[in-house]
Write a protein that binds this ligand. Sequence first.
Ligand SMILES: NC(=O)c1ccc[n+]([C@@H]2O[C@H](COP(=O)([O-])OP(=O)(O)OC[C@H]3O[C@@H](n4cnc5c(N)ncnc54)[C@H](OP(=O)(O)O)[C@@H]3O)[C@@H](O)[C@H]2O)c1
Length: 169
Amino acid sequence: MILSIIVAVSDNGVIGRGGGLPWSLPKEMAYFRQTTVGHPIIMGRKTHESIGKVLPDRLNVVVTREKGYKAAPGCTVVNSFEAALALPEIRNSEEVFIIGGESINQQALAFADKLYLTKVHARVQGDKFFNYNRDDWREIWSEKHVSDEENKYDFEFTILERRKIGKNG
Ligand SMILES: NC(=O)c1ccc[n+]([C@@H]2O[C@H](COP(=O)([O-])OP(=O)(O)OC[C@H]3O[C@@H](n4cnc5c(N)ncnc54)[C@H](OP(=O)(O)O)[C@@H]3O)[C@@H](O)[C@H]2O)c1
């Protein structure tokens, strides 16, 4: 199983503000959908509540410490990050996506094989961040997009793989 994190990050490291996203980037949302459809997604309870519904055509796993938490219909609830990874549907998947937010991303970072990192070229105010050690990762693909009427900021899709210890690149 490949464990991937998918996250959109501003130039100053911000991923969230006031429980939601600090931007509206429909092209980025479409990329997120296209990338994750058909694969299980794992998210923190707060991210689930900010989405407010099950995301279709994907197993939605919501992580919370609250026993008996009622997520939106169609979601699978677990009480730890380890329990999410132990689900048979997760273990038997080719690729699984961690979709946030800050707390789940940081817990997943040590185990993740790939990062689908969208670099949002803006400096924005926020209260949730994504910090990773760039030296641990190698960019294997990128695609630039310029701002337009609906997408206010320039952004760049990138995919990074974890560098193998003892290997160059
Ligand atoms: N830019 C992006 O790509 C992106 C993507 C997703 C989200 N976001 C943003 O990120 C923000 C949310 O991030 P966040 O860090 O506040 O919340 P979060 O990671 O979405 O959810 C945190 C919650 O998950 C549960 N949790 C976390 N670790 C757990 C563990 N080990 N075991 C059991 N439960 C665990 C807890 O729920 P309980 O409190 O219920 O126990 C915790 O309060 C929002 O602003 C959102 O819009 C941004």
